[in-house]
Design a protein around this ligand. Structure first.
Ligand SMILES: Cc1ncc(COP(=O)(O)O)c(C=O)c1O
Length: 433
């Protein structure tokens, strides 16, 4: 297995397993979703922090600006300031409001980031398995790309040395990574990120980092990192673009609160290109509150826990702790419950997605058949093969194994039901625990 995919200039989406699962197997003829038990949603389906649900309930009686107003294309200024405060506090950067675009989720942020890069340099190197929306954004913005995976069976994200060698050999115009990686949860250490960034930037290229699965520190629970100090200077200097969103870390995907961090000229240009645009405003004040509160909790976690923080901050910290500990508990529950079905996993502390290898009946020829087997118990999942644009990257992996993304961010009762159904499907399909 070389780990370097072929150049991709187009994807026939209709023939992919991902589209077949999403539009055929998991959808009833009337268009409704029938996969009630999601092993792999990739979504944070926990109860959101009270800071958001209380703000929703407390609307009015005269404060409706988030419903009846437009912002400019860059979004609400209070939210942009809060983004800068949060990012500077957790990463030690020095960005300002003028480096921030509020976006319609990270999805739009990835598109804007790629669109802003020089039209003359559109060859990307994508590190590790990725969610299909990254591939789609690259193709929509006129890029061709190659994927680079790790060479070890269970190290799906490529080592730094391998990335540096490949940059030297292929000289891409842009390196794209999700940090932490989705689906594995892997991160590069800050010095590794610096080395990767410097390698592409010193050759005149750019670094695009999607850090949607990162999170700040909580007392007793370290930062789910994905950044380096150096990245802050590269953002300001126009060499690095960072995409983030509150979708995953605060369980509010439906609010579409994302942001892009970029050089001032990219941000200023966006405000011209998008005249008339208005990113979502609903709960913008609550999102700003989450960001500044999280920054204070993060700072406190390094010092003396919640000492010096007020009741509002402590309550938010408690909600975030509850979410993190539910994820860890769910993961352990799944591993114990699936017992000898479980072959390996890529779980990292604080990350709610990981890749899990599950023993299945070797008579099941491919991932489509393996998904159909789980679906006999109404369990849906996304196998590792849906995270590769070049199918050769996953061809020849162990037979008799279903490698899938496991998402542990669900309330424990429904998560346990999903795992119980998964076990029933596996038990009755050939490979017995
Ligand atoms: C790596 C990655 N980037 C971006 C997104 C999209 O996030 P948002 O809901 O903020 O648009 C997702 C969602 O699955 C994701 O996994």
């Amino acid at each position: 297995m070389s780990g370097l995919g072929a150049p991709i200039i187009d994807i026939d989406w209709l023939s992919t397993l991902y589209v077949w699962l999403d539009n055929t197997l998991y959808v009833a003829p009337d268009g409704t979703h029938v996969g009630d038990y999601e092993l792999s949603s990739g979504t944070n389906q926990l109860t959101p922090p009270r800071l958001f649900t209380d703000a929703l309930r407390a609307f009015g009686p005269r404060q409706y600006w988030e419903m009846n107003t437009y912002s400019g294309p860059l979004g609400d200024d209070q939210l942009r300031d809060a983004v800068a405060t949060y990012e500077n506090s957790v990463n030690g950067w020095s960005i300002g409001r003028d480096n921030v675009v509020v976006t319609y989720g990270a999805h739009e942020g990835v598109q804007i980031a790629l669109r802003s890069l020089p039209p003359s340099g559109r060859r990307a190197l994508v590190l590790g398995p990725q969610v299909p929306l990254i591939f789609q954004a690259l193709l929509q913005q006129g890029f061709s790309f190659r994927e680079l995976w790790g060479e070890q069976q269970h190290e799906l994200v490529p080592s730094t040395d391998r990335v540096l060698d490949t940059i030297a050999a292929c000289h891409p115009d842009v390196v794209v990574l999700t940090s932490p990686n989705n689906p594995t949860g892997d991160t590069y250490a800050p010095d590794e990120l610096d080395a990767i960034g410097a390698a592409v930037i010193d050759r005149g290229g750019h670094l695009v980092v999607d850090k949607i699965l990162s999170d700040s520190c909580l007392p007793g629970s370290s930062m789910v990192d994905g950044t380096s100090h150096q990245m802050g200077e590269w953002i300001v200097g126009g060499r690095c673009l960072v995409v983030d969103s509150l979708s995953k870390r605060r369980a509010i995907s439906g609010l579409r609160t994302g942001y892009l961090l970029a050089a001032e000229d990219v941000v200023a240009r966006h405000s011209m290109i998008e005249i008339g645009g208005c990113p979502p405003l609903l709960l913008a004040a609550a999102a700003a509150d989450d960001l500044t509160t999280s920054a204070r909790i993060h700072a406190g976690a390094h010092n003396a826990g919640y000492a010096g923080l007020d009741a509002h901050d402590v309550a938010h910290g408690d909600d975030l702790q509850r979410m993190r500990s539910t994820v860890e508990h769910n993961f352990e529950f799944a591993r114990d419950a699936l017992g000898s079905h479980w072959a390996w996993d890529s779980k990292r502390p604080g990350c709610f997605n990981c890749v899990v290898g599950i023993h299945v009946d070797p008579a099941l020829g491919d991932d489509r058949e393996r998904c159909e087997m789980l679906f006999t118990e109404a369990v849906s999942c996304y196998p590792l093969s849906t995270f590769a644009a070049d199918p050769r990257l996953v061809a020849g992996r162990t037979a008799g194994l279903l490698e899938l993304r496991l998402t542990c961010a669900a309330e424990s009762v429904s998560f346990a039901e999903t795992i119980a159904r998964t076990k029933r499907a596996l038990d009755s399909s050939g490979h017995h625990a």
